[in-house]
Design a binder for this molecule. Structure first.
Ligand SMILES: Nc1nc2c(ncn2[C@@H]2O[C@H](COP(=O)(O)OP(=O)(O)OP(=O)(O)O)[C@@H](O)[C@H]2O)c(=O)[nH]1
Ligand SMILES: [Mg+2]
Length: 241
């Protein structure tokens, strides 16, 4: 107790740019915290969301007793002006600012240009090779079960791009388009080919081209941001620190 009769306490402030996982971290610390069973029973939590700017106020979550320790979850902060376009694009790509400011299609194109210059897609070669190397007999067996598979897939939700079979198709398609592209991987025509091929991989109907392109861009960005299309370092890291 201090001289006022209050129990001493410590506070830890979580500060960072929007959408980097501050609230998720605060919740995890609170959940595993060294606090009494009675307090655990009335755990509160911070709202976690894929949209930047979710947290609007500072919230204290208790993470330890005797001494009491609180973690303070705070709203994400950014400098009021970011003059460097490249920095802005990287921030937008990671979901730190709303997609509508940068344009979903432009961000998806930006992701594809990073993917095309990286080695990540090469890891998906086996998805394509396994198709090619399958024997004729295997294919026949598959034909007989394909209607069952079709039934299974129908029971799944083709509009939910987070399902494993869609992610698998997206990776395989991207690998095939990149590796069969004749020109330089930095050529913008490769990106256009990839976006076209994504219609089938994401099972997006070709009703309205504009609508379909936005849908594909949103799905692609979501898979990138949840790590399902590989891991990328957007900043170049100096070899010697
Ligand atoms: N892959 C992955 N995603 C995470 C992790 N932590 C959080 N996320 C996701 O990142 C997104 C943002 O998480 P939040 O905790 O709301 O981020 P925040 O920093 O509090 O965002 P603001 O309140 O806008 O500043 C959510 O979609 C989370 O599910 C993590 O460790 N790994
Ligand atoms: Mg938050």
């Amino acid at each position: 107790m201090d001289t006022d009769g209050r129990e001493p306490y410590q506070q830890i402030l979580l500060v960072g740019i929007p959408n980097v996982g501050k609230s998720a971290l605060a919740n995890s610390l609170h959940r595993i915290g060294r606090i009494s069973a009675a307090e655990k029973g009335k755990l509160k939590h911070a709202t976690v969301s894929p949209q930047p700017g979710e947290t609007k106020n500072i919230t204290g979550l208790k993470i330890a007793s005797h001494p009491n320790i609180y973690v303070l979850d705070t709203p994400g902060v950014l400098p009021p002006h970011i003059l460097d376009d490249e920095v802005c694009t990287k921030l937008a790509l990671t979901g730190t600012i709303q997609d509508c400011f940068a344009g979903e299609k432009e961000l998806a194109q930006c992701f594809l240009s990073i993917l095309n210059r990286s080695d990540e897609y090469k890891k998906w070669a086996k998805l394509s090779n396994s198709e090619n190397e399958r024997s004729f007999a295997d294919r026949n067996i598959e034909c007989s079960t394909s209607s069952e598979m079709g039934m299974k897939r129908k029971r799944q939700y083709p509009t939910d791009h987070t399902q494993d079979f869609i992610v698998h198709d997206v990776r395989r398609t991207l690998f095939e388009v990149i590796s069969s592209f004749g020109g330089n991987v930095e050529d913008e025509r490769l990106i256009e080919e990839e976006l076209k091929a994504m219609h089938a991989a994401f099972q997006v109907p070709l009703e309205s081209e504009h609508y379909a392109q936005n849908k594909i861009a949103a799905k692609l960005l979501n898979l990138f941001r949840t790590g399902r299309l590989g891991h990328y370092v957007l900043d170049s890291i100096p070899r010697k620190l």
